[in-house]
Design a protein around this ligand. Structure first.
Ligand SMILES: Nc1ncnc2c1ncn2[C@@H]1O[C@H](COP(=O)(O)OP(=O)(O)O)[C@@H](O)[C@H]1O
Ligand code: SF4
Ligand SMILES: [Mg+2]
Length: 319
């Protein structure tokens, strides 16, 4: 058993724009690992490549270049049949459960589906038993199984989405903004459920969110992305306390009420996020960085490892 569950090296995803030779560089050379049992938070402004990275890891999207090892296995090199069994080990929870649930299917039908696909021989009795257990696990009531998605609240629908994700007893789940569409009062309940399930089923999460407070609450390590690149990755403590990368510092300065040495000094990022079709030369953050130096405009900084293990892509002398 590998200690590292997800091992991503130099991953790229370029989407064609329709104009010949022009691409959206959604993910541009991303390297990171996720250890078994941990929750890796992924943060960064909208459009920086978080969802694309998550989908690439699950092979819901084909990469342009790079390598993804899942528990030591290169998913792009295995046969279709093996991929099918791998599929059951990795799942995704989407932001909008309403869009990801079939409105014509009852909870029972939705939750039977994974079993029908992966265990076509399973008896109806066993399926009923499995679905009943799932519904119980996510805090829904037995009578809910005959109902349709529109009969539920947003939080309950996300519980159905979570039940579907854990149905096949996976070891890895990409959670793509799973509570962003929910009322703040409901968010905590769903997050607590996800944390309980993580313990109960020994899950590993890649948790994508733009809510830095939720990330702080939930994650062991945090990866900060900017324009398709990883600019900083490290333990939650290192990211939130040291905030070495100027972009990390700017992102975190925008959260009110987080206790820190610079509380109150909000850094306003000037300018729009550049287009991932024509990313800036050198450091992708340089047009918006208050610490930009000459070298930053020319040379793209590589990830450097600090003493505490944090990796930072920046030309500044950081420790
Ligand atoms: N299927 C696609 N075709 C073309 N461009 C895409 C596609 N999916 C995402 N993109 C672009 O890739 C970039 C990264 O998108 P995404 O991964 O969804 O970012 P995030 O989840 O961080 O908001 C954005 O510029 C987005 O418009
Ligand atoms: S490399 Fe230069 S421009 Fe980029 S974040 Fe560091 S200081 Fe700013
Ligand atoms: Mg997204």
């Amino acid at each position: 058993m590998n200690d590292v569950l997800i091992d991503v090296k130099n991953l790229k995803k370029y989407f064609p724009t329709g104009t010949k030779g022009q691409y959206v560089k959604a993910v541009d050379d991303v390297t990171f690992q996720i250890k078994r049992g941990e929750t890796l938070g992924v943060v960064g402004e909208s459009g920086c490549g978080k969802s694309t990275t998550g989908r690439l890891v699950l092979r819901l999207l084909e990469k342009t270049d790079g390598q993804i090892l899942y528990d030591g296995t290169d998913l792009s090199r295995i046969k279709r049949k093996e991929m099918r069994s791998m599929r059951s080990r990795m799942q995704i929870i989407f932001q909008d459960p309403y869009a990801s649930l079939d409105p014509r299917k009852t909870v029972f039908q939705t939750l039977c589906e994974p079993f029908q696909i992966h265990y076509p021989q399973m008896s109806r009795e066993e399926m009923i038993e499995k679905v009943a257990r799932l519904v119980d696990c996510v805090g829904l009531r037995p009578e809910h199984i005959t109902r349709y998605p529109h009969e539920f609240s947003g939080g309950q629908r996300q519980r159905i989405g979570i039940a579907r994700a854990i149905a096949l007893n996976p070891d890895f789940i990409v959670c793509d903004e799973p509570v962003s569409a929910l009322d703040v009062s409901i968010q905590a309940q769903v997050i607590n459920l996800m944390q309980d399930l993580k313990e109960e089923f020994n899950l590993t999460y890649m948790f994508i969110s733009h809510d830095l407070r939720i990330i702080k609450h939930l994650c062991d390590r945090v990866m900060v992305m900017y324009l398709g690149n990883v600019v900083e990755i490290g333990s939650k403590e290192a990211i939130y306390e040291k905030r070495r990368h100027p972009y990390t510092e700017a992102l975190l300065s925008a959260i009110p009420n987080i206790k820190d040495k610079d509380a109150g000094k909000r850094i306003i990022l000037e300018g729009d996020i550049p287009s991932p079709v024509n990313p800036p030369s050198g450091c992708p953050f340089h047009p918006r960085c208050s610490k930009c130096m000459e070298i930053c405009k020319k040379e793209k900084p590589k990830l450097k490892t600090m003493e505490d293990g944090t990796q930072v892509a920046c030309h500044l002398e950081l420790k």
